[in-house]
Design a protein around this ligand. Structure first.
Ligand code: GUN
Length: 287
């Protein structure tokens, strides 16, 4: 029997509804939540993601500031823009869309963002707090995945979770969030041996490779009744696809996410939630 679709759009809407109410509450206290985005260069996928983020902010009443920078922007110029936004009291969240052009360093850039405005949870401060179970601002895709488990009452305690990604934005934060829920987490990557066997032994597979020439999660790689969360999104034969084919994987999985319409909408919804959290954090410390 086919499993249940984890509907990212439906869950994202419930998050947005909650955020909208929180925005109204903040506005009634004279706080106008505002997200500033920085997009460097002309990567069309990144431009679309940033446009979607602005649109979602508008839907829930969050105002935005849009910084579109030339592909040749230097590190010094970018640092200065971040510094200005750090000091701008009307801005509560700062998001630098990744990836950056080659002349710019991701760590140098994101670690300059004030931890109180770090809506991606990428600063060393917030990444460290997450590892110690004290984070207020957590990377959006990982927290969106956790929201999906919660919405469908998928219990994580004692479950074997295979995570195929080790990035700062996805794999590492998810590792900590899953561990907090008492899952047993195996973090896999391009050098992992016996990946197929590891996936076959997993109760839950979370995959985020995003390159079908390197990896495809096929039904023979999962056990009957496994939960499959497909975080990847890439263009393949003119279509947007994940690491797995939803129509096939759902025949064997108990729950699975489609692509598109799965994790993607959750990332945006959690960004809105983080912006509201950042706005309340700033107001609490009087900034
Ligand atoms: N590029 C792809 N996903 C993300 C994200 O969640 N945040 C940022 N800043 N860049 C991204």
């Amino acid at each position: 029997m086919a499993g249940i679709k984890i509907d990212g759009k439906e869950i994202a809407q419930t998050v947005k509804d909650r955020v909208k109410r929180a925005v109204e509450e903040l506005k009634s206290q004279g706080i106008n939540p505002c997200l500033a985005t920085i997009l460097v260069g002309d990567n069309p996928a990144s431009a679309t993601y940033v446009k979607n983020k602005h649109q979602a902010c508008k839907e829930v009443g969050i105002s935005t500031k849009d910084h579109k920078l030339d592909a040749g922007t230097t590190q010094i110029q970018l640092n200065e823009i971040i510094e200005n936004l750090n000091n701008d009291k009307s801005v509560h969240g700062i998001l630098v869309q990744l990836p950056l052009p080659d002349q710019l360093d991701e760590f140098t850039t994101t670690s300059r963002i004030s931890p109180l405005k770090d809506v991606d949870g990428l600063t060393p401060h917030n990444a460290g707090l997450l590892a110690m179970k004290k984070a207020a601002l957590v990377a959006c895709t990982p927290s969106g995945v956790m929201e999906m488990f919660e919405y469908y009452n998928i219990d994580l305690e004692g479950k074997n979770v295979v995570l195929i990604n080790r990035s700062n934005l996805v794999g590492k934060p998810l590792y900590h969030l899953l561990l907090e829920k008492n899952a047993t987490v195996t973090t896999c990557h391009s050098k992992t041996k016996n990946l197929k066997e590891l996936c076959q032994s997993a109760d839950i597979v979370i995959t985020a490779v995003g390159d079908r020439s390197r990896f495809i999660l096929t039904p023979d790689m999962i056990k009957e009744g496994a939960v499959v969360i497909d975080v990847a999104i890439s263009r393949f034969q003119e279509k947007l696809v994940g690491d797995s084919d939803y129509d096939q994987i759902i025949q064997k999985a108990s729950y699975a996410t489609p692509v598109p319409g799965g994790v993607g909408p959750m990332t945006v919804a959690m960004l809105l939630k983080n912006t509201v959290t950042a706005a309340s954090l700033s107001s609490q410390i009087g900034r």
